[in-house]
Ligand binder design. Structure first.
Ligand code: KIV
Length: 291
């Protein structure tokens, strides 16, 4: 394990639960200040992706406090093979829909590949579109040390930023989909990335596909919350792609996905039942008809 000294584990403050991000009493829109307070309380919280107003409204009613309009929309919603082709116009349109479908969740809009890599000014221009046109409360971008200047300018400009380190799918052509942070050197780099995004002002950081022990160490070291996906149980929050966790995405799932429903089966079954009713002449019936 690495030699970086960890901050002392934060004391859990006694709480009646009324301020909890999940299950709390407040109905107003959650902000990044609420996220910081949750870390101080030692509270764990869930985050799901969302790409449309209707699904987002279901998650909002279920009390999911943070929704990410992820560029995973590329594979899970728009039919691309990776997240790489997703455009800022597409992210703006999807983010606006999710904002319209929700009243409580903090909505985080993902900056797609090519919309911030040129530098801080390009990042600010792109993030401003997501904030002004779509109404998101925060943006997310990939990269640790390499993105710290972008994060700093966005935060100084009043745009909260969620960082994303470990496996960064926008770099799939360079890094593939492999576990990150294995081995001493890679672990030290991940810790440096985590510190860099915190120092630049990020309010939270996604840790994707990193060893559980390393994610735990990052979580103890940082004062901002960590959001794990394939990063073990010790992160402050957990995120899953909604189409994976509800069984709508076809094909093999990564090991870290827990499937809570089988929507592919449910929707496919319903579509077949409808088709058979139509072909067999049993739909529509009298109760579905007007005269
Ligand atoms: O785009 C996305 O959905 C993400 C999550 C997997 C964190 O970046």
């Amino acid at each position: 394990m690495t030699q970086l000294s960890a901050a002392p584990t934060p004391q859990r403050k006694p709480s009646d639960g009324s301020k909890a991000l999940y299950g709390g009493k407040s109905n107003r829109r959650i902000t990044v200040r609420d996220i910081a307070a949750a870390k101080e309380r030692g509270e764990k919280w869930p985050m799901l992706t969302a790409y449309d107003a209707m699904t987002a409204s279901v998650f909002d009613e279920a009390g999911i406090p943070v929704m990410l309009v992820g560029d995973s929309a590329g594979n899970c919603h728009l039919g691309y093979e990776t997240t790489v082709p997703v455009t800022l116009d597409e992210m703006t349109m999807l983010s606006a829909a999710v904002v319209r479908g929700t009243s409580r969740a903090l909505i985080v809009g993902d900056l797609p590949f090519g919309s911030y890599q040129e530098g801080p000014v390009q990042a600010l221009r792109s993030a401003t579109r997501l904030v002004k046109e779509a109404g998101v409360g925060a943006v997310k971008l990939e990269g640790g040390e390499r993105s710290h200047e972008q994060i700093r300018l966005l935060v100084e400009s009043g745009i909260p930023v969620m960082a994303h380190i470990g496996l960064t799918p926008q770099s799939v052509n360079a890094m593939g989909y492999r576990v990150q942070g294995r081995g001493e050197e890679a672990a030290q780099q991940l810790l440096r990335d985590a510190k860099a995004v915190q120092d630049a002002g990020a309010f939270a950081v996604v840790l994707e596909l990193v060893p559980a022990e390393l994610a735990a160490e990052v979580t103890r070291t940082l004062h901002i919350p960590t959001v794990g996906i394939g990063a073990g149980p010790e992160t402050d929050a957990q995120v899953l792609v909604w189409t994976d966790m509800l069984g709508l995405t076809g094909g093999r799932m990564p090991k870290f996905v827990k499937q809570y429903a089988d929507l592919r089966q449910v929707i496919g079954g319903a579509a077949k039942a409808f088709a058979e009713d139509v072909v067999g002449g049993t739909f529509p019936q009298e109760e579905h008809s007007v005269h």
